[in-house]
Design a protein around this ligand. Structure first.
Ligand code: OAD
Length: 240
Protein backbone atom coordinates (compact mmCIF):
# COMPACT_ATOMS: atom_id res chain seq x y z
CA UNK A 1 0.00 0.00 0.00
CA UNK A 2 1.26 3.41 -0.93
CA UNK A 3 2.67 5.57 1.93
CA UNK A 4 0.12 8.35 1.46
CA UNK A 5 -2.75 5.90 1.71
CA UNK A 6 -1.21 4.36 4.86
CA UNK A 7 -0.81 7.79 6.42
CA UNK A 8 -4.36 8.85 5.54
CA UNK A 9 -5.73 5.56 6.85
CA UNK A 10 -3.92 6.05 10.17
CA UNK A 11 -5.31 9.59 10.50
CA UNK A 12 -8.86 8.43 9.77
CA UNK A 13 -8.56 5.44 12.13
CA UNK A 14 -7.44 7.67 14.95
CA UNK A 15 -10.41 10.07 14.86
CA UNK A 16 -14.04 9.69 15.85
CA UNK A 17 -15.04 12.88 14.12
CA UNK A 18 -15.02 13.31 10.36
CA UNK A 19 -16.73 15.47 7.75
CA UNK A 20 -16.73 14.39 4.11
CA UNK A 21 -17.34 16.60 1.06
CA UNK A 22 -18.12 14.87 -2.21
CA UNK A 23 -18.49 16.00 -5.81
CA UNK A 24 -19.41 14.47 -9.14
CA UNK A 25 -16.21 12.36 -9.23
CA UNK A 26 -17.53 9.93 -6.63
CA UNK A 27 -20.42 9.04 -8.94
CA UNK A 28 -18.26 8.80 -12.08
CA UNK A 29 -17.70 5.08 -11.52
CA UNK A 30 -21.48 4.69 -11.35
CA UNK A 31 -21.43 6.04 -14.92
CA UNK A 32 -22.94 9.40 -14.08
CA UNK A 33 -21.14 12.07 -16.07
CA UNK A 34 -19.14 14.73 -14.21
CA UNK A 35 -19.43 18.41 -15.17
CA UNK A 36 -15.88 19.24 -16.14
CA UNK A 37 -13.15 17.24 -17.85
CA UNK A 38 -13.21 15.63 -21.27
CA UNK A 39 -16.54 13.83 -20.94
CA UNK A 40 -18.05 16.52 -18.70
CA UNK A 41 -21.62 17.78 -19.12
CA UNK A 42 -20.42 21.38 -19.47
CA UNK A 43 -18.40 20.35 -22.55
CA UNK A 44 -21.57 19.24 -24.31
CA UNK A 45 -24.19 21.58 -22.88
CA UNK A 46 -24.24 25.29 -22.18
CA UNK A 47 -24.96 25.84 -18.49
CA UNK A 48 -26.51 29.27 -19.14
CA UNK A 49 -29.13 27.61 -21.37
CA UNK A 50 -30.01 24.87 -18.90
CA UNK A 51 -29.03 25.65 -15.34
CA UNK A 52 -30.07 29.23 -14.60
CA UNK A 53 -33.28 30.90 -13.51
CA UNK A 54 -33.22 32.94 -16.72
CA UNK A 55 -33.02 29.81 -18.88
CA UNK A 56 -35.94 28.30 -16.99
CA UNK A 57 -38.08 31.40 -17.44
CA UNK A 58 -37.24 31.48 -21.14
CA UNK A 59 -37.89 27.80 -21.83
CA UNK A 60 -39.04 25.61 -18.92
CA UNK A 61 -39.75 22.70 -21.28
CA UNK A 62 -36.17 22.62 -22.59
CA UNK A 63 -34.73 22.80 -19.06
CA UNK A 64 -37.04 20.04 -17.85
CA UNK A 65 -36.21 17.83 -20.84
CA UNK A 66 -32.54 18.06 -19.85
CA UNK A 67 -33.32 17.19 -16.22
CA UNK A 68 -35.59 14.37 -17.37
CA UNK A 69 -32.66 12.95 -19.39
CA UNK A 70 -30.35 13.24 -16.36
CA UNK A 71 -32.96 11.56 -14.13
CA UNK A 72 -32.99 8.69 -16.66
CA UNK A 73 -29.19 8.31 -16.39
CA UNK A 74 -29.29 8.36 -12.60
CA UNK A 75 -32.22 5.94 -12.38
CA UNK A 76 -30.06 3.33 -14.13
CA UNK A 77 -27.10 3.97 -11.83
CA UNK A 78 -26.09 2.07 -8.71
CA UNK A 79 -23.80 3.21 -5.89
CA UNK A 80 -20.19 2.09 -6.36
CA UNK A 81 -17.56 0.90 -3.83
CA UNK A 82 -16.65 4.54 -3.08
CA UNK A 83 -20.20 5.26 -1.90
CA UNK A 84 -20.30 2.08 0.18
CA UNK A 85 -16.95 2.86 1.84
CA UNK A 86 -18.53 6.09 3.14
CA UNK A 87 -21.44 4.08 4.59
CA UNK A 88 -18.92 1.95 6.53
CA UNK A 89 -17.23 5.13 7.69
CA UNK A 90 -20.51 6.58 8.97
CA UNK A 91 -21.22 3.33 10.82
CA UNK A 92 -17.85 3.54 12.58
CA UNK A 93 -17.65 7.22 13.48
CA UNK A 94 -19.90 8.74 16.15
CA UNK A 95 -19.51 12.20 14.64
CA UNK A 96 -19.94 11.93 10.89
CA UNK A 97 -21.39 14.35 8.34
CA UNK A 98 -21.48 13.86 4.59
CA UNK A 99 -21.76 17.08 2.61
CA UNK A 100 -22.43 16.49 -1.08
CA UNK A 101 -22.67 18.71 -4.11
CA UNK A 102 -24.27 15.82 -5.96
CA UNK A 103 -27.97 15.81 -6.69
CA UNK A 104 -28.13 12.15 -7.73
CA UNK A 105 -29.18 10.68 -4.36
CA UNK A 106 -26.64 7.83 -4.60
CA UNK A 107 -25.28 8.44 -1.10
CA UNK A 108 -28.79 7.91 0.32
CA UNK A 109 -29.26 4.83 -1.87
CA UNK A 110 -25.97 3.39 -0.59
CA UNK A 111 -27.11 3.89 3.00
CA UNK A 112 -25.56 7.09 4.37
CA UNK A 113 -27.88 8.94 6.72
CA UNK A 114 -26.38 12.19 7.92
CA UNK A 115 -26.21 13.94 4.55
CA UNK A 116 -26.28 17.63 3.69
CA UNK A 117 -27.19 18.20 0.04
CA UNK A 118 -25.67 21.53 -0.97
CA UNK A 119 -27.10 21.71 -4.47
CA UNK A 120 -30.49 20.07 -4.01
CA UNK A 121 -31.89 16.80 -5.28
CA UNK A 122 -32.77 15.57 -8.76
CA UNK A 123 -35.79 13.66 -7.44
CA UNK A 124 -37.54 16.68 -5.99
CA UNK A 125 -39.84 19.13 -7.78
CA UNK A 126 -40.37 22.51 -6.15
CA UNK A 127 -43.43 24.63 -6.92
CA UNK A 128 -42.45 28.05 -8.31
CA UNK A 129 -45.54 29.50 -6.63
CA UNK A 130 -46.36 27.82 -3.29
CA UNK A 131 -42.87 26.35 -2.74
CA UNK A 132 -44.10 22.85 -1.87
CA UNK A 133 -41.52 20.16 -2.60
CA UNK A 134 -42.72 16.92 -4.16
CA UNK A 135 -40.68 13.70 -4.21
CA UNK A 136 -40.99 12.36 -7.73
CA UNK A 137 -39.17 9.34 -9.19
CA UNK A 138 -41.01 9.12 -12.54
CA UNK A 139 -38.72 8.42 -15.47
CA UNK A 140 -39.67 9.79 -17.88
CA UNK A 141 -41.74 12.48 -16.22
CA UNK A 142 -45.45 12.12 -16.97
CA UNK A 143 -45.76 15.79 -17.90
CA UNK A 144 -43.07 18.25 -19.03
CA UNK A 145 -42.92 20.77 -17.50
CA UNK A 146 -44.50 19.23 -14.38
CA UNK A 147 -47.21 21.05 -12.42
CA UNK A 148 -47.54 21.43 -8.67
CA UNK A 149 -49.90 18.84 -7.14
CA UNK A 150 -51.04 21.42 -4.61
CA UNK A 151 -51.74 24.56 -6.68
CA UNK A 152 -51.20 23.52 -10.32
CA UNK A 153 -48.43 26.10 -10.86
CA UNK A 154 -45.19 25.40 -12.70
CA UNK A 155 -42.75 23.09 -10.92
CA UNK A 156 -38.97 23.46 -11.13
CA UNK A 157 -36.15 21.09 -10.24
CA UNK A 158 -35.32 21.51 -6.54
CA UNK A 159 -31.68 22.20 -7.32
CA UNK A 160 -29.39 25.19 -7.00
CA UNK A 161 -28.72 26.85 -10.36
CA UNK A 162 -25.93 29.20 -11.32
CA UNK A 163 -26.33 32.62 -9.70
CA UNK A 164 -28.72 31.19 -7.11
CA UNK A 165 -27.91 31.28 -3.44
CA UNK A 166 -27.63 28.20 -1.27
CA UNK A 167 -29.97 28.58 1.73
CA UNK A 168 -28.09 30.03 4.68
CA UNK A 169 -29.30 27.25 6.99
CA UNK A 170 -27.48 24.73 4.78
CA UNK A 171 -24.27 26.77 4.82
CA UNK A 172 -24.56 27.10 8.60
CA UNK A 173 -24.91 23.34 9.01
CA UNK A 174 -21.89 22.71 6.82
CA UNK A 175 -19.78 25.17 8.81
CA UNK A 176 -20.92 23.54 12.06
CA UNK A 177 -19.93 20.11 10.67
CA UNK A 178 -16.50 21.48 9.74
CA UNK A 179 -16.07 23.12 13.12
CA UNK A 180 -16.97 19.88 14.94
CA UNK A 181 -14.76 17.54 12.94
CA UNK A 182 -11.08 16.72 13.34
CA UNK A 183 -10.60 15.38 9.84
CA UNK A 184 -12.14 16.50 6.56
CA UNK A 185 -12.13 14.17 3.57
CA UNK A 186 -12.75 15.75 0.15
CA UNK A 187 -13.62 13.37 -2.68
CA UNK A 188 -14.07 13.85 -6.43
CA UNK A 189 -14.65 17.56 -6.69
CA UNK A 190 -12.78 19.93 -9.00
CA UNK A 191 -12.86 22.61 -6.31
CA UNK A 192 -13.83 25.44 -8.63
CA UNK A 193 -17.46 26.07 -7.64
CA UNK A 194 -18.06 28.20 -4.56
CA UNK A 195 -18.87 27.96 -1.76
CA UNK A 196 -17.96 24.22 -1.77
CA UNK A 197 -14.53 25.05 -3.19
CA UNK A 198 -13.58 26.97 -0.04
CA UNK A 199 -14.83 24.48 2.53
CA UNK A 200 -11.54 22.56 2.63
CA UNK A 201 -9.66 25.84 3.17
CA UNK A 202 -12.03 26.77 5.99
CA UNK A 203 -11.23 23.40 7.57
CA UNK A 204 -7.49 23.95 7.14
CA UNK A 205 -7.62 27.47 8.59
CA UNK A 206 -9.42 26.16 11.64
CA UNK A 207 -6.77 23.52 12.32
CA UNK A 208 -8.36 20.41 10.82
CA UNK A 209 -6.53 17.73 8.89
CA UNK A 210 -7.70 17.69 5.27
CA UNK A 211 -7.34 14.67 2.99
CA UNK A 212 -8.27 14.82 -0.69
CA UNK A 213 -9.02 11.96 -3.07
CA UNK A 214 -9.25 12.84 -6.75
CA UNK A 215 -8.14 11.56 -10.14
CA UNK A 216 -6.03 14.68 -10.51
CA UNK A 217 -4.71 17.58 -8.46
CA UNK A 218 -7.09 20.49 -7.90
CA UNK A 219 -6.45 24.21 -7.31
CA UNK A 220 -6.46 23.59 -3.53
CA UNK A 221 -4.49 20.32 -3.37
CA UNK A 222 -1.30 22.03 -2.23
CA UNK A 223 -3.11 23.48 0.81
CA UNK A 224 -4.29 20.11 2.04
CA UNK A 225 -2.39 17.70 4.27
CA UNK A 226 -2.65 14.73 1.94
CA UNK A 227 -3.76 14.59 -1.68
CA UNK A 228 -4.24 11.06 -3.01
CA UNK A 229 -4.52 10.61 -6.76
CA UNK A 230 -6.76 7.82 -7.98
CA UNK A 231 -10.31 6.62 -8.47
CA UNK A 232 -12.49 7.06 -5.40
CA UNK A 233 -14.09 3.65 -6.01
CA UNK A 234 -10.65 2.09 -5.54
CA UNK A 235 -9.00 4.43 -3.01
CA UNK A 236 -11.88 4.84 -0.51
CA UNK A 237 -12.32 1.10 0.19
CA UNK A 238 -8.55 0.92 0.90
CA UNK A 239 -8.65 3.99 3.14
CA UNK A 240 -11.77 3.32 5.12
P1 OAD B 1 -16.64 18.49 -11.57
O1 OAD B 1 -17.12 17.82 -12.81
O2 OAD B 1 -16.29 19.93 -11.65
O3 OAD B 1 -15.34 17.76 -11.04
C1 OAD B 1 -15.30 16.36 -10.91
C2 OAD B 1 -13.99 16.01 -10.23
O4 OAD B 1 -13.99 14.63 -10.00
C3 OAD B 1 -12.75 16.33 -11.07
O5 OAD B 1 -11.81 17.00 -10.24
C4 OAD B 1 -12.24 14.95 -11.49
O6 OAD B 1 -10.81 14.90 -11.54
C5 OAD B 1 -12.73 14.09 -10.36
N1 OAD B 1 -12.99 12.68 -10.72
C6 OAD B 1 -13.52 12.18 -11.87
N2 OAD B 1 -13.67 10.86 -11.79
C7 OAD B 1 -13.21 10.49 -10.56
C8 OAD B 1 -13.08 9.24 -9.88
N3 OAD B 1 -13.46 8.09 -10.43
N4 OAD B 1 -12.55 9.26 -8.62
C9 OAD B 1 -12.17 10.42 -8.05
N5 OAD B 1 -12.26 11.62 -8.64
C10 OAD B 1 -12.77 11.66 -9.88
O7 OAD B 1 -17.72 18.20 -10.44
P2 OAD B 1 -17.97 18.97 -9.08
O8 OAD B 1 -16.71 19.43 -8.46
O9 OAD B 1 -18.88 18.13 -8.27
O10 OAD B 1 -23.20 22.54 -9.61
O11 OAD B 1 -18.77 20.23 -9.60
C11 OAD B 1 -19.25 21.17 -8.70
C12 OAD B 1 -20.54 21.74 -9.19
O12 OAD B 1 -20.37 22.26 -10.51
C13 OAD B 1 -21.68 20.75 -9.34
O13 OAD B 1 -22.34 20.45 -8.14
C14 OAD B 1 -22.57 21.45 -10.31
C15 OAD B 1 -21.56 21.94 -11.30
O14 OAD B 1 -21.90 23.06 -12.04
C16 OAD B 1 -24.47 22.87 -9.82
O15 OAD B 1 -25.14 22.30 -10.66
C17 OAD B 1 -24.96 23.96 -8.95
Amino acid sequence: MDDQIKEAKAIINSTSSITVLTGAGISAESRIPTFRGEEGLWRKFRSEELATQEAFQRDPKLVWEWYDWRRGLVKEAKPNPGHYALVNLENEKPNFTLVTQNIDGLHQLAGNRNIIEMHGNLWQIRCTSCGIIEQNHDVPLKEIPPKCKNCDSLGRPNVVWFEEIIPISIIDNILIAIERCEVMLIVGTSGVVEPAASMGLVAKHTGKTVIEVNLETTPNSSHYDISILGKSGEILPMLL
